[in-house]
Write a protein that binds this ligand. Structure first.
Ligand code: PEP
Ligand code: MG
Length: 929
């Protein structure tokens, strides 16, 4: 919606919507016009709840106000005057009348909640005369306390008087009277303070404080509209993707008082426990207080009932005990609201002289654990459908349920912040090498592995550590990808860390952390914390399983996993994976027992030497694949042939070089020279992926052979296997043509030795080089399947280094240049186009081509939505993200169905209109004839 469109309401359309006494002009569906708060006040009034009368000025006026250079549109005035008369009638009080004064609250309220970002004025309508009227109706102390609150709030919000001028004066009054609390000041104190506050306003603004209630009201309405444009509101909108043109509504409502005496109170409550989701009424209140006192935190609120009482609140009385009648009514309203909204509500209420008033209701925020329980319980209670329940849980937060997390109540000293690469919390002694991590873990010591960046050589240390912290790297850097695969907590790209391996320490600002010091890292926020923070292990509830079952019945996308070991494969299968979409074979090459043979293979000078090394590796690889096929019995397993540049496997230390030289029977200098030769300026675009298979076909032959032999062996033991061989980094169709022929030849060779075998092995390719996507029609001639490698594709097409982007991407996100990290959520506009092209062109050659994704995006809910939209067959992600992807895939399918229905609606409507017209035309003809 453009600002121009919202700037003028249609002629005759209303700008002001009244509510009160059981009647309302608006309702809950009108959030766009009335804002969330206004729409729900109207709705609560409609369903008969006790809401103080008031009116909402529509969001449309906000745009009008701004378009007119911050001026109230003339047309608004008579509408407000009319609405105000209604409020006076319902509340039996008069605005500005000294004998029966009506006081108002003026609050903002956007379509979505923007807590604390915009302005509010309370107790409006008080002046030197009405305060006396209020004093007669209530008591003098209360009246003058309300008046000074009003002057302070109005002075701050509308007249720009520095807030601390009032606060200093209040503190001085307390000091004079030798008291600590506001509640200890008496009526004379407040009267004196009011005089002082009025003087401060006049001094600051050069004018007396406005005594005319009408002037006060228009001043407050204008200030609320202006608060839409304060820097904090603008930043909040940017961070939460809230369009600037939405604008805020203004809610003007009769004041009710929770601070008139001991039969008054104010509080907030949730209709269910927002932490656990259990179906209990949960909330807190303050006796003799106004809403702002609850927020200010100067007094400790009391629980509303025993279910809301924490262990240390056993001595506190509850609302249920102190004001049983009002509590009973509130508890009834809780049920009314839930069955009306079919959703957990967060409410605000006030009790004035024993009478309950509802001031707000909105959808309650909750933990993911509570979200799952509430969604499933509400289906059981027949409040919502399964589809609604599945749509209500934030898939992105689901993996918080699967990892231990930091105790949110524990104190913590955050010393640095990096990228939250893999969720959960981890705590342990700092180690700086994989070797130390392994040794200490063997001695049952908990460690956090801290590295400038990790490489495949660190895998054993990453396994041993509780968590991993790196100074460099982005969300698809080695550390991030591997840690996620292991389900280990990881923070990467923490650029403020200055690590010295030589001294065994790191510094962040003035803080020095030595090897052995304990730190905690939070993989969900990226925080690095000094010392130990307790972790809590979440339990998977029965409701989680139930919700996932429903999700599975709704989704179209298959969900596979990226797993390289039988253990990871099993974890993923337990989480519901339906196959392996990516098994990175290079990870198997780093194990201690094999690295020597791998190095021999790479540094061999001729076929014979290489052949000897490959002979050693063959049985090891075969063993790996047997384990994986067994773990994934009956499910497809995509195994990718060797991908990374060979130099990554090479030794750099003297000992390692000597060891390889001995194994090869070569001299050390010659081996060192060959290592030099292998080094590349730009390894990510160098000798890797299928290029290795082209120059060293024997490596790929060995791998295909190991896969096929393993598959035969497992199949012969009676277990169903479905191997799929995947060729990485293909850019040109000829690469795939040649390597497919090589693989087919090797498969045929192995199968010839297993005459009874009916094994079918499909051969496909990764689409990760942009050129491959553009030439997908040609490539599809030689591929049984495609799998989009969106990590490399993002790197290459966006020209963003996977390992260096962590240094500058956070600035892009902070300044709003980018909304999402493109390594986390697929960049729909750019990379998304390549994917669409790849799918369309691939399927133009082979209509039934199976297409999936195995980049890290496969476990990101937004990207899963995109994958569903472009018609992929499956997504593949790290084991702990499998439930996330299952839920996200279901939500994507629900969304697609809704879109389809919405698109069909006008067509159906047109058809109905046409049919009606046809009937009436026929009718007319008949009459005429
Ligand atoms: C990719 O590039 O998206 C991919 C899955 O491969 P890797 O991360 O191993 O480069
Ligand atoms: Mg890749």
């Amino acid at each position: 919606m453009s600002a121009r469109k919202t700037a003028k309401p249609a002629r005759g359309s209303r700008r002001v919507f009244s509510f009160g006494d059981g009647k309302a002009d608006g309702d809950a569906k009108m959030k766009e016009m009335l804002g969330g708060k206004g729409a729900n006040l109207a709705e609560m009034t409609r369903i008969g709840l006790p809401v103080p009368a008031g009116f909402t000025i529509s969001t449309v006026v906000c745009a009008e106000y701004q378009a007119a250079g911050d001026r109230i549109p003339n047309a608004l005035m008579p509408e407000v005057a009319k609405a105000l008369v209604k409020v006076e009638r319902v509340m039996a009080a008069r605005f500005g009348d000294a004998s029966l004064p009506l006081l108002l609250s003026v609050r903002s309220g956007a379509r979505v909640s923007m807590p604390g970002m915009m302005d509010t004025v309370l107790n409006l309508g008080l002046n030197d005369r009405t305060v006396e009227g209020l004093a007669r109706l209530a008591d003098t102390r209360f009246a003058y306390d309300s008046y000074r609150r009003f002057i302070q709030m109005y002075g701050d919000v509308v007249l720009d008087v520095p807030r601390d001028r009032f606060e200093h004066r209040l503190e001085a009054q307390k000091a004079n009277r030798r008291v600590h609390l506001d509640t200890e000041l008496d009526a004379d104190d407040w009267r004196e303070l009011v005089r002082e506050y009025l003087r401060i306003v006049e001094e600051e603004t050069g004018k007396p404080f406005p005594q005319d209630p009408q002037q006060q009201l228009w001043g407050a309405i204008g200030a609320v509209f202006r608060s839409w444009k304060t820097p904090r509101a603008i930043t909040y909108r940017k961070m939460n993707a809230i369009p600037d043109e939405w604008g805020t509504a203004v809610n003007v409502q009769a004041m009710v008082f929770g601070n008139m005496g001991d039969d008054c109170a104010t509080g907030v409550a949730f209709t269910r426990d927002p932490a656990t989701g259990s179906n209990v009424f949960y909330g807190e209140y303050l006796k003799n207080a106004q809403g702002e006192d609850v927020v200010a935190g100067t007094r400790t609120p009391q629980p509303i009932n025993k279910e809301s009482r924490s262990a240390d609140q056993a001595h506190l009385p509850t609302l249920e005990e102190e004001m049983p009648k009002a509590y009973k009514q509130l508890a009834r309203i809780r049920h009314t609201l839930e069955s009306h909204y079919c959703e957990m509500q967060d409410i605000e209420f006030t009790i004035q002289a024993g009478k309950l008033w509802m001031l707000q209701t909105r959808t309650g925020k909750r933990t993911v654990r509570a979200a799952v329980k509430i969604a499933v319980d509400m289906v059981r209670e027949r409040l919502i459908s399964r589809e609604v329940a599945v749509g209500r849980v934030d898939a992105g937060q689901l993996d918080q349920l699967l990892h231990p997390t930091l105790d949110p109540d524990a104190p913590k000293k955050v010393i640095a912040k990096g990228l939250p690469a893999s969720p959960g919390g981890a705590c342990g002694a700092v180690v700086f090498s994989a070797e130390d991590a392994e040794t200490k873990a063997k001695a049952h010591e908990k460690v956090v592995l801290v590295r400038i960046e990790t490489s495949p050589e660190d895998i054993h240390g990453m396994y041993a550590a509780e968590g991993i912290l790196t100074a460099r790297g982005g969300m698809t850097s080695h550390a991030a990808v591997v840690a996620r695969g292991m389900g280990k907590c990881c923070v990467v790209g923490c650029g403020t860390l200055q690590i010295s391996y030589a001294r065994g320490e790191f510094r962040v600002g003035d803080t020095l952390v030595r090897a052995g010091d304990v730190i905690t890292i939070d993989g969900s926020t990226g925080e690095v914390i000094l010392g130990e923070v307790a972790t809590v292990t979440p339990e998977l509830s029965g409701e989680f399983g139930e919700l996932m079952k429903w999700a599975d019945s709704m989704r179209r996308l298959e969900v596979r996993t990226n797993a390289d070991t039988p253990h990871d494969a099993k974890v993923a299968r337990d989480f519901g994976a339906e196959g392996i979409g990516l098994c990175r074979t290079e990870h198997m090459f780093f194990e201690e027992a094999r690295i020597l043979a791998v190095r021999e293979m790479i540094l061999a000078t001729d076929e014979i030497q290489r052949g000897r090394a490959l002979e050693k590796l063959l049985p090891m690889q075969r063993g790996d694949f047997v384990g994986i096929f067994q773990a994934m019995a009956g499910l497809p397993v995509t195994i990718r042939l060797l991908d990374p540049p060979l130099h990554e496997f090479l030794p750099h230390e003297e000992d390692g070089i000597r060891e390889v030289a001995e194994a090869l029977g070569d001299d050390v200098a010659a081996v060192r020279a060959r290592i030099e030769e292998r080094s590349e300026f730009n390894p990510m675009l160098g000798h890797r992926g299928c290029r290795l298979g082209i120059t060293f076909p024997d490596i790929y032959r060995m791998q295909v052979r190991a896969i096929t032999e393993a598959a035969c062996q497992v199949a012969e033991s009676g277990v169903k296997v479905q191997p799929e061989i995947m060729i990485p980094l293909v850019a040109h169709v000829k690469e795939l043509e040649r390597l497919r022929a090589l693989a087919e030849e090797e498969i045929a060779h192995v199968l010839a030795a297993h005459p009874g075998s009916r094994l079918k092995i499909s051969i496909g390719t990764m689409i990760e080089v942009p050129r491959a996507a553009l030439t997908a029609d040609a490539i599809a001639n030689f591929a049984d399947f495609f799998s989009f490698g969106t990590n490399d594709m993002t790197q290459m097409a966006y020209a963003l280094s996977r390992d260096d982007a962590g240094k500058f991407l956070p600035d892009y996100l902070e300044t709003g240049i980018l909304k999402d990290d493109p390594f986390v959520s697929i960049d729909r506009d750019g990379i998304g186009q390549l994917i669409r092209i790849g799918v369309e062109r691939g399927r133009s050659t082979r209509p039934r081509l199976k297409v999936g994704i195995c980049g890290e995006h496969g476990g990101d809910p937004k990207s899963v939505m995109f994958c569903d939209e472009v018609g992929l067959d499956y997504v593949s992600c790290s084991p702990f993200r499998v439930p996330v992807a299952r839920l996200a895939a279901a939500q994507a399918a629900i969304h697609a169905r809704q879109q389809k229905k919405a698109a069909a609606r006008p067509v159906r409507k047109q058809a109905r209109v046409a049919a009606k017209r046809a009937t009436s035309t026929r009718g007319t003809r008949r009459t005429r004839s």
